[in-house]
Design a protein around this ligand. Structure first.
Ligand SMILES: *[C@@H]1O[C@H](CO)[C@@H](O)[C@H](O)[C@H]1NC(C)=O
Ligand SMILES: *[C@@H]1O[C@H](CO)[C@@H](O)[C@H](O)[C@H]1NC(C)=O
Ligand SMILES: *[C@@H]1O[C@H](CO)[C@@H](O)[C@H](O)[C@H]1NC(C)=O
Ligand SMILES: *[C@@H]1O[C@H](CO)[C@@H](O)[C@H](O)[C@H]1NC(C)=O
Ligand SMILES: CC(=O)N[C@H]1CO[C@H](CO)[C@@H](O)[C@@H]1O
Length: 612
């Protein structure tokens, strides 16, 4: 790996020297920019899937309903050969190929999507994990068993061909099997995996959990950071840096500190990557924003981004917009009024108003603080006091920034900070409370913080929603806005309040956890599905809006429910809230649910087999 890095380093220096010697045409500048990126992200297949004329031409022809389809298709020939054939097609068609020409080209040179992964039943899957015994209500217990069964349907393993011929795929090779989110998300995703891994740990699937963590470690070792998801086309964006917290979760369940200590060098590397690539200054403090270093529209939503960018006149303005939108994707909240800053400095707007890089995000800063604390803890286990001091100091610095810039005495909560207008953004997002979950607050202030935060919750009427706390209080049609509710955000709120530990905070935490469990259960009883997102306004309703249809599966939703069934299963029952029909009927429905899940699995299995 280091030899590879050296070669790429030399190559890119050579390119830079060549560029300096040349006249600085826009083309040379562009190549220089790409050379810099290539140093970090040296995948051959990026020429096809990340940027360039082929990607542009095919994605703008809109051959498929979902733009992600094309970039998930495998190559039949090498990237070089494919590009050569594409150039030949363009030359033959006077640079204006018809939609049919392009469809024929894709049919000839690309294989079906989703062929890189095969179904995989995790070998450490347990028929009856102990968490099930924590659940009193028989229907909820059956649901816990169903959710545990779903891990088997979401298991995937890469085919050997991906390892042997990585250049032919957009997927990034990883050695161990993974649990995917589900729906259109047929590869692993970074932040999703945190809640999936916790669910696996509660399901006693320690090998699968460790394997997924090892995959992420191997990615950091190869390319220096973890992309948003397991595809080369997510090349310039990461996601909430949760790898260190994944290792911490694994250690909390297994006590395997040796694993954590062995991972330390890689965890530090990822931490430094974030610190080096996401820093901004506010009120004299170093703080962190989500940002992206690639060029061009999102490959998986290419034509959509080009359309939205039409209102920008210059190439620079379009490119800046693409960066903002990819930075929004890095935050995981793609998309939300949380990132909109209009000319008046408010959040009224649409996607073209997105300014992610100018919003200091509470969650990212609290998370980097947490990373530094966990790394210090692991170093302390290793007896490396120098490193402990180094990382405690880093944590303390971030904490000072959070307190000085993000804590807002008036609002009684942490708020994102707008760098353009140099002011806090007083809009509710669950992440405003994320320092509670990640311990990014001064423990001696617990009582005071608890009182202010509970007032903040009351003032924003956050307890009024039957289906969970919405992501924002603004309905824009974007999927990370009202009325959508997301499992990881409920998790941050509930675990944060529980962590705060005052009686009032704990009571609200419990209430919200129970509500979430029962509302998810209602949706499951009605439709036999677990959803990617739910609906705050409807008890048992699922979410919608945004760029694609609602997805089922669903990794992080299942993970959060399994954790809360474990923690609250002795108390939560259907008579406590709104709850659905008689126990016997729901039990029958639940059994039907298992049957239909099994049937779907068989059907999916067949289709996948046919595809090979
Ligand atoms: C900004 O404020 C002006 C004056 O109040 C108003 O006319 C305009 O519509 C506002 N723009 C947005 C995007 O809210
Ligand atoms: C989005 O907002 C911009 C600027 O306020 C406006 O020009 C554009 O028409 C809006 N786009 C849509 C799709 O509403
Ligand atoms: C926490 O608060 C206490 C009391 O207000 C203060 O003495 C201490 O310095 C604070 N600690 C940090 C790390 O800010
Ligand atoms: C359901 O919860 C209520 C309130 O906590 C409790 O009184 C009741 O006994 C519980 N029922 C079952 C079947 O656990
Ligand atoms: C684009 C960019 O600034 N990349 C930097 C990210 O951080 C690493 C070190 O962790 C640098 O080597 C890159 O240059």
């Amino acid at each position: 790996m280091f030899k590879m890095k050296l070669i790429f380093g030399l190559l890119s220096s050579l390119l830079i020297v060549l560029n300096v010697c040349q006249a600085r045409s826009p083309d040379a500048l562009n190549r220089n920019a790409i050379a810099k990126d290539v140093e970090q992200f040296n995948f051959e297949s990026c020429q096809i899937y990340c940027y360039g004329n082929l990607l542009h031409t095919i994605q703008m022809a809109k051959l498929y309903d979902d733009s992600k389809t094309f970039v998930d298709m495998k190559l039949i020939q090498s990237p070089a050969k494919t590009l050569e054939e594409f150039d030949a097609l363009m030359a033959a068609k006077n640079n204006t190929p018809s939609k049919e020409d392009l469809q024929t080209f894709v049919n000839t040179y690309f294989g079906e999507k989703g062929t890189e992964l095969e179904l995989y039943t995790p070998t450490d899957w347990k028929e009856h994990p102990a968490f099930v015994d924590q659940i009193t209500d028989p229907d909820l217990k059956q649901w816990g068993i169903d959710l545990n069964n779903i891990w088997k349907q979401l298991g995937r393993k890469m085919k050997d061909d991906v390892k042997n011929n990585p250049d032919y795929y957009s997927i990034i090779y990883v050695p161990n099997p993974v649990i995917i989110p589900g729906g259109r998300f047929i590869e692993f995703y970074y932040w999703d995996s945190y809640w999936i891994i916790r669910g696996l740990l509660y399901s006693e699937m320690y090998d699968t959990a460790r394997g997924m963590i090892e995959n992420f470690l191997s990615i950091v070792q190869r390319i220096g950071f973890i992309p948003n998801g397991g595809r080369v086309y997510y090349w310039g964006r990461s996601q909430m840096p949760l790898l260190t917290a994944m290792v911490k979760s694994y250690v909390d369940f297994t006590n395997d500190y040796v694993f954590a200590i062995n991972a330390l060098e890689t965890l530090e590397h990822e931490f430094e990557y974030f610190i080096n690539n996401h820093t901004v200054q506010a009120k004299g403090h170093d703080l962190y924003v989500y940002s992206d270093f690639s060029t061009g529209p999102r490959p998986e939503s290419y034509s959509e981004d080009v359309e939205t960018a039409r209102i920008f006149e210059t190439e620079e303005a379009k490119e800046a917009f693409y960066s903002e939108i990819k930075s929004g994707a890095e935050s995981g909240m793609d998309f939300s009024s949380r990132w909109f800053i209009n000319e008046n400095g408010t959040n009224v707007g649409n996607l073209s108003t997105i300014k992610t890089r100018s919003v200091v995000a509470v969650d990212l800063n609290a998370l980097l603080h947490w990373n530094a604390k966990i790394i210090a803890e692991f170093h302390s286990k290793a007896g490396n006091t120098e490193k402990v001091t180094e990382y405690e100091t880093k944590a303390q610095k971030i904490m000072e920034g959070i307190q000085a810039v993000l804590w807002n005495e008036e609002a009684g909560c942490w708020l994102d900070y707008d760098l353009i207008n140099e002011k806090p953004r007083d809009y509710f997002v669950p992440t405003n409370l994320s320092p509670l979950w990640m311990n990014a607050y001064n423990i001696s202030d617990t009582e005071k913080i608890s009182a202010s935060v509970l007032k903040y919750i009351e003032r924003n009427n956050l307890d009024q929603f039957p289906g969970g706390v919405p992501n924002t209080l603004y309905n824009t049609g974007e999927q990370w806005d009202m009325p959508n509710v997301w499992a990881p955000m409920q998790y941050i709120l509930v675990e944060g309040l529980s962590n705060l530990g005052t009686p009032a905070a704990k009571e609200l935490s419990k209430k919200w956890a129970h509500r979430w469990v029962l509302s998810n259960f209602k949706a499951y009883s009605d439709t036999f599905n677990m959803y990617e997102k739910y609906n705050a306004e409807e008890y048992g309703g699922h979410g919608g809006g945004g760029e694609y249809g609602v997805q089922t599966g669903f990794g992080w939703s299942n993970g959060v429910i399994i954790e809360w069934l474990t923690k609250h299963g002795r108390e939560v029952n259907q008579s406590t809230e709104g709850g659905g029909g008689g126990a016997a009927t729901t039990r029958l429905i639940s059994l039907l649910g298992v049957a239909s899940v099994a049937l779907v699995a068989i059907l999916v299995g067949r289709v996948v087999w046919r595809m090979w």
